[in-house]
Design a protein around this ligand. Sequence first.
Ligand code: 3PG
Length: 212
Amino acid sequence: MPNINELLANSRVVPLVQADDPAVAVETSRALAAGGLTVVEVVFRTDRALECLKAVAEQVPEMIAGAGTVLTAAQAEAALASGAKFIVSPGLDDAVVAVARKHGVPVYPGIVSPSELQHAYNLGLDTVKFFPASIAGGIPMLKALSSVFRTMRFMPTGGVSPGNLADFLAVPAVLACGGSWLTPKDAIDAGDYKAITKLAAEAVSIAKKARA
Ligand code: 3PG
């Protein structure tokens, strides 16, 4: 089992893949990998999300595939049975966390307040998603939260873009940023996978500079 936190800390960018068609999810993930990204989050927002996740996990070995928008324990079980290497949720749900724990898989639940973060801390989590990052206080909120929860790492998601990625990544408590800007629907609908590779490469370059 790879150390997912380490992979996230290296990749620093987690693209969302939302697809109705497993072949599209696979092509999108390959395009992201061609741009240099190594981790992908397949979101449970379509009827065929589980098939999409399974296809990416099986057919794109160069990518570590996780499941996103996981709302229930049953979805978490299904995602793990389909090859998810990590679980991401928009909010914090004890039952979802428990499923991931039972399987020894990392889970990144979304938090937006000190109370939710304290709950996550007391569940033994060391990394959470901060969602929706840009409208829930952005970087000032992240800095305020991390000044109190000093060991917590964050994955800001929601409103992250090439314009603010470097600023988010410069916050020491930020492990990686997630987002859908790397997989625009119009490019996918047009079959323009080169555009996705270009966006991924741009993000990789921003992340490299942010680290330096
Ligand atoms: C998520 O589920 O993480 C968010 O929908 C991502 O937000 P974004 O679309 O603004 O990147």
